[in-house]
Design a protein around this ligand. Structure first.
Ligand code: ATP
Length: 590
């Protein structure tokens, strides 16, 4: 970290250029660390956002999203060329950023843009709305481009059109921060926890440079900053589950809906976040209302599952119904057509107190005390269980009631809320684990193969990858063409469009050669008969057996688009290993 000198945007653009060119986690960390070193403390937060391809934390929902057409007009205005000429050039080259770089190459311009003013202008572009806003955005953008060097223009345009594809994820940026400002690897877990409880890399960086690692370790959850969800492992057998949880657990019904994290800030405002950090209060005004009435603490963060629910009969409705809320435009009508209930299961914060380090039984007690229940604001059904047969019986009850199964939660001293972690404190038991076709997994699409016959003009199959969280890479695990209806295939093409990549993306590890590559972004739910060892797929390579990865037999799309998941939320290669080893232990039908 250097002193207070301004940083040229060119420094960032050069880092982008280098990051795009190198591959391999270590080389990426090296290059990022150099950028971090070059960045004065005050600017570190925005430089972190810029490395994430953003100008603010993700959950702030700031939409730079300048349409390509508009970006082309800005570029034309900045270069004095005709819009049609610029558009033709972009088509010819196939990439807006590169086209800009070439168009500006002739102009011999010295770097003059500073990071701070670039970010300020980008905020102004994002904030412009209402009449005349398009013209305003255009003007601001063309002024920036008018002063940019070719390299800067290339990345400015990619950033504002949402196409900055650097191939680095947040974990890699955390590595670089740890290296430069936290004494190396030892500080990494502290930074990671801090990021997981606030989802704001800028905040973590600012705290780190101002107060050191101790200050970062003391960061608390804070209403207004979404907390990354605690996740569950899975097991198929009641005795195994109890054994893992030390002989006793709280067996909660597992409701099939949308996970919601509700925040009430000191100003009384209630915001609902999904697991992907999107705000969805607009889709669930009734949930906001019932929380406003039923949530005791002035400031709070609580979690629950929002499910389509008929309060009069006490009946749960299928998952598909609650998703209608997310599609429909007339939200007033949707609120009437699809009544929902919220089944609360955790309390992370109440009136100044960070509760995440408390064991589960205490959090549950605090949650019970914090809520005034109503017909549609409920607690999840929970019961302490110490006996495998009782657990089995409860599983059957949960299914009867219309739930997906059970969430078995540790009640031990280590049962604090582990943000962003998939540990053995929560273990899920679901019906699909028992079927012949074992488990569903959620996989990221990284490539597609052109369809033939009836599927000509559409994709016939996709290449799917699991997330290797340790390496921050997406590793291929199967090709899948089954389970897609004709309508699904049309939708598939549309959904994949924004993720198209010119070649194999930096974060993808695969040996296949699909017709089109995609940046990991679209997640599909896949059902498969079996996991097998394979020399062709790179998921969990060498981790179960030398020179083999894991692959799937008879994979099929279940029809469920996991729009609620980001690529990093896809099933991990570690989970695949667990599944593979688990299946070996319990032969089919066991
Ligand atoms: P995962 O969340 O594990 O990545 P997923 O999104 O496919 O996978 P499931 O495997 O079905 O979800 O299980 C986890 C989800 O179950 C939670 O994220 C939450 O939305 C939901 N859920 C339902 N009931 C409960 C409960 N009682 N406690 C915790 N989570 C619950």
């Amino acid at each position: 970290g250097s002193k207070g000198a301004p940083v040229e945007y060119l420094t960032v653009a050069e880092a982008y250029r280098d990051l795009e060119a190198v591959s391999g986690r270590l080389a990426l960390i090296d290059r990022l660390a150099t950028l971090v070193e070059q960045t004065p403390d005050k600017l570190l937060p925005v430089v972190c956002y810029l490395c994430q391809g953003q100008i603010a934390p993700e959950f702030a929902g700031i939409d730079l999203g300048l349409a390509e057409k508009m970006a082309i007009r800005a570029l034309a205005a900045a270069t004095g060329a005709e819009v049609t000429q610029v558009a033709a050039r972009v088509r010819e080259i196939g990439d807006l950023g590169q086209a800009a770089e070439l168009l500006l190459a002739a102009e011999d311009r010295a770097a003059s843009l500073e990071v701070a003013e670039v970010v300020r202008t980008l905020h102004a572009i994002a904030a412009a709305e209402g009449t005349g806003s398009q013209g305003r955005k255009l003007e601001l953008m063309s002024r920036l481009l008018g002063r940019a060097t070719p390299l800067e223009a290339r990345y400015l345009l990619r950033l504002v059109t949402g196409n900055l594809r650097l191939g680095i994820g947040t974990p890699t940026i955390l590595d670089a921060l740890a290296r430069v400002h936290a004494g190396g690897k030892a500080g990494r877990p502290v930074l990671e926890r801090a990021y997981n409880i606030c989802c704001d890399l800028g905040k973590v960086a600012a705290t780190l440079v101002s107060g050191g690692l101790e200050a970062v370790a003391e960061l608390k959850v804070q209403p207004g900053n979404p907390v990354r969800s605690m996740l569950a492992q899975r097991l198929a057998q009641a005795p195994e589950i109890l054994a893992k949880l030390g002989g006793e657990c709280s067996a909660e019904y597992k409701y099939d809906g949308v996970r919601v994290q509700a925040h009430r800030t000191a100003d009384g405002h209630i915001e609902l976040y999904t697991r992907r950090l999107e705000t969805i209060s607009d889709q669930f005004p009734d949930v906001v209302e019932m929380l406003a009435a039923g949530l005791g603490p002035r400031e709070a963060i609580c979690e629950g599952e929002v499910v389509a629910y008929d309060a009069a009969s006490g009946e749960l409705r299928p998952f598909g119904e609650v998703m209608l809320r997310r599609r429909k435009h007339g939200i007033d009508q949707a609120v009437k057509d699809v009544p929902v209930g919220m089944f609360c299961f955790d309390l992370l914060y109440a009136d100044g107190e960070d509760l995440t380090r408390l064991p589960y039984p205490e959090r549950r007690a605090r949650l019970t005390a914090a809520l005034t229940l109503s017909p549609r604001l409920r607690m999840t059904d929970a019961a302490e269980v110490t006996d495998a047969d009782v657990l089995e019986a409860r599983f059957a009850q949960a299914l009867d009631y219309g739930c997906e199964g059970l969430m078995c939660k540790s009640v031990g001293p280590d049962s604090g809320y582990k943000a962003g972690a998939r540990g053995w404190q929560w273990i899920k038991l679901k019906r699909d684990y028992r079927s012949e076709l074992s488990d569903t997994v959620d996989l990221a699409v990284v490539g597609a193969f052109a369809g033939r016959g009836r599927r000509t003009g559409l994709y016939g199959a996709v290449l799917l990858a699991a997330y290797d969280a340790d390496a921050d890479l997406f590793r291929a695990v199967t090709k899948c063409g089954a389970g897609f209806t004709d309508a699904d295939l049309v939708s598939l093409s549309e959904r994949l469009k924004p993720f198209e990549a010119a070649g194999k993306p930096a974060r993808v590890d695969a040996r296949q050669s699909p017709d089109v590559w995609f940046e990991p972004g679209l997640v599909l739910e896949i059902l498969s008969a079996e996991l097998t060892l394979s020399p062709n797929y790179t998921a969990a390579w060498g981790q179960v057996e030398d020179d083999s990865g894991l692959a799937m037999r008879f994979p099929r799309f279940t029809g469920r688009w996991r729009d609620d998941k980001s690529a990093e939320d896809a099933t991990t290669t570690r989970e695949l290993i667990e599944l593979f080893l688990g299946a070996r232990r319990t032969p089919a039908g066991g």
